[in-house]
Design a binder for this molecule. Structure first.
Ligand code: C2E
Ligand code: MG
Ligand code: MG
Length: 631
C-alpha cells in the first residue's frame, strides 16, 4: 500500500515536470518569454518546483561573467507565499559553496549546519532564526559553461533520493534552455540594432533610412509631397587629411547633432557614409515650413565647429529630388538626389545646390554606358579574376581563395567591381559575367587539383540576379562535372540583399544547391537584418563578418562585442565564421582569442592576379602546410 502511494506520488511529479517543461519550451520557442516576461516565468517555476519537491523555499541564481558573484533572479517562500529578489552572494564570502556548486551536477546536503560545503551559507546567509535543515541544488549549465544554480531548501530533514536529484537537474536543464535562448535573443537584438544604426553618430544608417523613408512614403497624405535631400561637406577630404580621422569623426558628430536640431523624429534622416547625409521630408503644399527649416539648418551649419582648440569653418552642398514627381522609392530618391548633387558639384565645388531632373539622369546613364561597354569588355577578354587568400585563424595556413573580378579597361585602366557591377546588374549583363566567373574559378580549381592541392577552395560572388536564375544549379553541376571537380571546393557567396525579396524562391534555390553539395556563404554579414531569416531556414555553411566591424575591432568595444556575438551565433548554429578585411596583427590576435574560424584581408595578402597566384603556389608547393610570407 505504502509502495503504491509512493509510485503514484512519483508519477504525479513526472507529469508535473513534463507539463511545466512543455509550457516553457512553447513559450521560449514563440518568443513569449523575453526580457520583459522572464520575471513572471521564473516566479512560476520557483512556485511549481516548491510544490513538486515539497520544499519551503526555492530560488534561482545566475553567475556574473567571472563567476565571482551569484545574482538572485527569484526566491519563492512557501510559508509567506511571497516572491523576492535577494542580495548578491560573493565567492569571497561563500567560497566553499561556490566551489561545490561548480564542481558537482547537484549538491545534496542533509544537514546544512554540519556540511563543509554549506558552513558559510549556514552562518552568513540564513537568518539566525533559520530553520532550514536540508538543501538540494542543481547547476544551470549554459552553452558558455556553468551559468547559475537552482536551489531547493527544506525545513524538514531530508535524505534526498536519486529521484529528487533527477527532478531538480531536469528543471535546471529547462532553465539552461531558457537562459540560453534569452541570451541568443539578446545578441540577435544587438546585431539587429547595429545593423540599423550608424555607430559614430547614433543616427539611423542607410538600411534604416530606406525602411523609415518607405514607411513615411506609405503614410504620406493626398495634400502632401516629399523631398529627398542628399547633403555633404565640401571640404571633408581636405579636413580628413589635415586633421586626421579622429578629429574628422568629431566634426561629423557635431554636424549630425546640428541636423537633429531641425530634423527630428518626424523626418527620416541618416548618415550613409563618411560625410554624406540623407533626409526624407514630407511637406504640405508650398513647403513653407520645410524651406524655413532648411534655411535655419544651413545657418546653423555655417557656425564654426570647435575641435582640438581650433575653429573649423565648413560649407555644404546638397542635391534634391522630389517624390512623387521624380522618384517613387527611397532607393531611387537617394540615387537621384545624389546625381543632382554630383552634377551641380561639377559646376561649382562649394555651396552648390542641385535639383534633379529626368534629363540629368538619362544623360548620366547614357554617358556611363557608352564609356563602359561591358559586352565588348567580355568579348575582348578584358575581365580578370583576382584571388585573395583565406587562412585558418588558428594557424594562418592557407585553405582557399576568394575570386574577385577586375576589368582591365584599355582606356580607363584597372576598374574595380564597385564601378561596374551595378551597371552590369541593371542591364542584366551580370548573368554573362557570372557565367564567365564560374568557368574561370572552376578552371583554377582544376589546376589546383592537377597540382595535388585537392583541399583548396575558391569562393565566388554571385549577384542576386544570377543567383535567382532557375538553371543556375544545373549549370554549376554541369561545369563541375566537366572539370571533374568536387562541389565542396566551390563556395557560393551571396549577400543578404538576396533574401530581402522572394524569400521562398531563394530558400528553394539554396536548398537545391546545398543538396548538390555546394556550400553557401553569407557575405557582408551583419549589414542587413534579413540574415536571421537565412540562418533559421537555410542550410548555410559560412558567415563572412563584414569588414566594417573588423575595421574598428581593436579600439571599439561595441564592434568587438558584435564580432564576438556573430562568432558565438556561428558556433551555436554550427556555421563557420570568416572575418574579412584583416589589416593588422592586432586584429588577427583578437579574432584568434574570439575563436573565429577563418580570416581574409590585406594583412595576409591583397587579391592576387592569376600570375601572382601561380608564383605563390609554386613557392609553397611541397610544403606540408601552406603559410603566407608575412612581413
Ligand atoms: P566582397 O565579396 O565583400 O569582397 C571583399 C572586398 O574587400 C574586395 O573588394 C577585397 O579586395 C576587399 N578587401 C579584402 N581584404 C581587405 C582589407 O584588408 N582591407 C580593405 N580595405 N579591403 C579588403 P573588391 O575586390 O573591390 O570587391 C568589392 C565587391 O564587389 C565584393 O565584395 C563583391 O561584393 C563584389 N564582387 C567582386 N567580384 C565579384 C564577382 O565576380 N561577381 C559579383 N557579382 N560581385 C563581385
Ligand atoms: Mg565576397
Ligand atoms: Mg564581403
Amino acid at each position: 500500500m505504502q509502495k503504491n502511494v509512493e509510485i503514484i506520488g512519483t508519477l504525479r511529479k513526472i507529469d508535473a515536470i513534463r507539463e511545466q517543461q512543455e509550457q516553457i519550451f512553447t513559450k521560449a520557442k514563440y518568443f513569449a518569454v523575453n526580457e520583459k516576461t522572464i520575471k513572471e516565468t521564473l516566479e512560476t517555476i520557483c512556485f511549481e518546483v516548491s510544490q513538486i519537491m515539497n520544499c519551503e523555499r526555492v530560488s534561482i541564481w545566475l553567475f556574473n561573467e567571472e563567476r565571482t558573484l551569484l545574482h538572485s533572479q527569484n526566491t519563492y517562500d512557501d510559508e509567506t507565499k511571497q516572491h523576492s529578489v535577494e542580495s548578491d552572494l560573493s565567492d569571497e564570502v561563500f567560497h566553499s559553496y561556490f566551489t561545490a556548486i561548480q564542481n558537482q551536477r547537484t549538491l545534496s546536503i542533509v544537514d546544512i549546519s554540519k556540511s563543509e560545503e554549506t558552513k558559510e551559507i549556514f552562518k552568513k546567509f540564513f537568518p539566525v532564526s533559520s530553520v532550514y535543515h536540508s538543501l538540494l541544488d542543481a547547476c544551470i549549465i549554459l552553452s558558455s559553461g556553468i551559468g547559475g544554480v537552482l536551489c531547493c531548501e527544506s525545513r524538514k530533514r531530508r535524505e534526498w533520493t536519486s529521484f529528487d536529484r533527477m527532478v531538480v537537474t531536469s528543471i535546471a536543464d529547462m532553465l539552461s534552455f531558457l537562459f540560453d535562448r534569452l541570451s541568443r535573443m539578446d545578441f540577435e537584438e544587438n546585431l539587429h540594432r547595429l545593423a540599423f544604426t550608424d555607430e559614430l553618430t547614433e543616427m539611423d544608417n542607410y538600411n534604416a533610412f530606406l525602411e523609415q523613408a518607405s514607411l513615411a512614403i506609405s503614410e504620406i497624405s493626398e495634400e502632401q509631397d516629399g523631398i529627398f535631400i542628399y547633403i555633404n561637406i565640401d571640404q571633408f577630404i581636405e579636413i580628413h587629411s589635415a586633421l586626421g580621422p579622429e578629429l574628422a569623426d568629431e566634426i561629423i558628430k557635431v554636424v549630425a547633432k546640428r541636423f537633429r536640431l531641425y530634423f527630428d523624429d518626424y523626418y527620416s534622416i541618416s548618415r550613409i557614409a563618411f560625410d554624406h547625409f540623407v533626409i526624407f521630408a514630407p511637406y504640405d503644399q508650398g513647403g513653407v515650413e520645410l524651406k524655413n527649416k532648411m534655411e535655419k539648418l544651413m545657418t546653423k551649419l555655417r557656425e564654426p565647429v570647435h575641435v582640438a582648440k581650433q575653429e573649423v569653418y565648413l560649407t555644404f552642398s546638397y542635391g534634391i529630388a522630389y517624390y512623387p514627381e521624380d522618384v517613387r522609392t527611397p532607393l531611387e530618391g537617394v540615387q537621384a538626389a545624389r546625381f543632382a548633387l554630383e552634377t551641380s558639384k561639377g559646376q561649382s565645388a562649394r555651396k552648390s545646390v542641385g535639383i534633379y531632373s529626368a534629363d540629368m539622369h538619362r544623360h548620366l546613364k547614357q554617358k556611363m554606358k557608352s564609356e563602359m561597354n561591358l559586352r565588348k569588355g567580355l568579348d575582348m577578354n578584358e575581365f580578370k579574376l583576382f584571388y585573395q587568400p583565406q587562412v585558418l585563424c588558428d594557424t594562418g595556413e592557407i585553405i582557399g581563395f576568394e575570386a574577385l573580378i577586375r576589368w582591365q579597361h584599355p582606356e580607363h585602366g584597372l576598374i574595380y567591381p564597385a564601378d561596374f557591377i551595378d551597371l552590369a546588374e541593371s542591364t542584366g549583363f551580370i548573368i554573362s559575367i557570372g557565367k564567365w566567373v564560374i568557368h574561370q574559378a572552376i578552371g583554377q580549381l582544376k589546376k589546383f587539383k592537377e597540382q595535388g592541392l585537392h583541399d583548396l577552395t575558391i569562393s565566388i560572388n554571385l549577384s542576386p540576379r544570377h543567383f535567382l536564375q532557375q538553371n543556375l544549379p544545373v549549370f554549376l553541376q554541369e561545369c563541375i562535372e566537366e572539370a571533374q571537380i568536387e562541389p565542396k571546393n566551390l563556395l557560393l557567396e551571396i549577400t543578404e540583399s538576396v533574401a530581402l525579396e522572394r524569400h521562398e524562391v531563394v530558400q528553394q534555390q539554396i536548398q537545391t544547391l546545398s543538396d548538390l553539395g555546394f556550400s553557401i556563404v553569407i557575405d557582408d554579414f551583419g549589414t542587413g537584418y534579413s540574415a536571421f531569416i537565412y540562418l533559421q531556414s537555410f542550410p548555410i555553411t559560412q558567415l563572412k563578418i563584414d569588414r566594417m566591424f573588423i575595421m574598428n575591432i581593436v579600439h571599439d568595444e561595441k564592434s568587438r562585442a558584435i564580432v564576438n556575438a556573430i562568432i558565438q551565433l556561428g558556433k551555436t548554429l554550427s556555421i563557420r565564421t570568416v572575418a574579412e578585411g584583416i589589416e593588422t596583427l592586432e586584429q588577427w590576435e583578437i579574432l584568434k582569442e574570439k575563436e573565429c574560424d577563418e580570416l581574409q584581408g590585406f594583412y595576409f595578402a591583397k587579391p592576387l592576379s592569376e600570375q601572382a597566384l601561380n608564383d605563390l603556389l609554386t613557392k609553397l608547393l611541397g610544403q606540408s602546410h601552406m603559410y603566407l610570407p608575412l612581413s
